[in-house]
Write a protein of this length. Structure first.
Ligand code: SAH
Length: 364
């Protein structure tokens, strides 16, 4: 089959996806072009913002790739106060971002989970529920997910990290805190509760094959998720996985592979929300723009108070760590206009795929 024939298929099969992931040069350019056309046709040139609040780097887990893993004694641990989180949300509202995303290292003690509930109520009270709220707080019980949903969170991000169990255990310890099936169960529980559920993977991990990545895309489609986040893996020197840093694809290859993943998924799931992850910009100054041009439609500008950002280095040399929120704001608008995109201000920017699915369920 020619590339054009594959690109015009309604349903991509695994062999097609692997073939598309292997494209280079002109063929890759055609794939990205087709993805951008699909995005424009289905979602227009709109970009949605989520003001990112990195609430705490205290974490009970030890993911082998992550710079803030509990085993990394070099990290200075911090936790924002309730007031600090709410202030960030107010700033997001003032800047017209429309939504916030609260991310944190994983904690599941009652003090933490109740605190989040309190914070959610306070953010919801800003201008009568003006802000959309995404959470990214790791694995929790269905009860806790439900409690947060009822308190006003309506989107949740939990990357599967790899949908291949064998690879999952090469990048995580294999114990009761890092259990592949538990992570899957959490995603199912989020979907079941009614969150706009987002998942995703890192691209260019040691041991990861094109076959694995194709399975990841089929996994997202199979779960019919509303949002996906994918970014290049960036080796962190203070983590166990760093020992394989010489065995991964080059920076350029990881960037291109990420763009191809985004583009193929845009063809497979034309109306989901897809984020242009900060990791893209970290390995390439134009990385975020490239991801948007390949089919992503969401950006998460960082709102974490600057004094804490140096301590939320899940990977080294994270982009924009020194930028002030206001600077970030005008910079983004200009950058998006330059590539023919409009940021939609003061809107929640919900996943069109999710909204349509919900409407359909209501009338059935
Ligand atoms: N504790 C939360 C948030 C994790 S940080 C949770 O478990 O969901 C968000 C994402 O950053 C992770 O899901 C992971 O995919 C990504 N990440 C972590 N370390 C990384 C690295 N070294 N390079 C690239 N991405 C990384």
């Amino acid at each position: 089959m020619t590339l054009e024939e594959i690109l015009s298929k309604d349903l991509l099969e695994k062999a097609d996806i692997v073939r598309l992931l292997a494209t280079q040069g002109e063929e890759m350019r055609l794939l990205l072009k087709k993805a951008m056309e699909t995005k424009f046709a289905r979602l227009d040139n709109h970009v949605h913002l989520r003001g990112l609040i990195e609430m705490s780097n205290v974490c009970r887990k030890s993911c082998l790739y992550c710079g803030v893993r509990s085993g990394n004694a070099k990290v200075e641990r911090y936790t924002l106060t309730d007031d600090e989180v709410v202030e960030c949300a107010k700033l997001a509202h003032k800047l017209g971002y429309g939504s916030v995303a609260i991310q944190s290292g994983e904690r599941n003690d009652r003090e933490f989970t109740d605190r989040i509930t309190r914070i959610l109520h306070r953010i919801k009270a800003i201008d009568n529920g003006a802000l959309g709220i995404t959470l990214s707080l790791g694995e929790q019980t269905p009860e806790v997910y439900r409690q947060w949903f009822e308190a006003g969170a309506h989107r949740y991000l939990l990357r599967i990290e790899s949908s291949t169990e064998e690879l999952y255990y090469k990048i995580h310890p294999h114990d009761e805190r890092h259990d592949f099936h538990q992570r899957l169960a959490c995603i199912d529980s989020l979907l079941d509760i009614g969150y706009q559920t987002g998942t995703g993977v890192m691209v260019g991990l040691p041991f990861q094959t094109l076959d694995n990545l194709a399975d990841d895309l089929l996994f997202f489609k199979g779960k019919d998720v509303a949002m996906v986040g994918m970014g290049p893996y960036i080796p962190h020197p203070d983590t166990p996985l760093y020992q394989y840093a010489d065995q991964i694809p080059s920076v350029e290859e990881r960037m291109n592979l990420t763009l191809k993943m985004i583009a193929i998924l845009r063809l497979m799931m034309p109306e989901i929300n897809m984020v242009a992850a900060t990791a893209n910009q970290t390995i390439d100054p134009m990385g975020r723009e490239k991801a948007i041009m390949a089919g992503a439609n969401v950006i998460m500008p960082n709102l974490t108070p600057n004094e804490y950002r140096e301590d939320y280095l899940i990977y080294p040399d994270k982009a924009c760590v020194g930028d002030k929120p206001e600077e970030c704001f005008s910079c983004l608008d200009i950058r998006m206009k330059a590539i023919g995109h409009d940021i939609l201000y003061n809107a929640w920017g919900d996943s069109v795929a999710f909204t349509k699915k919900n409407e359909k369920n209501q009338y059935n």
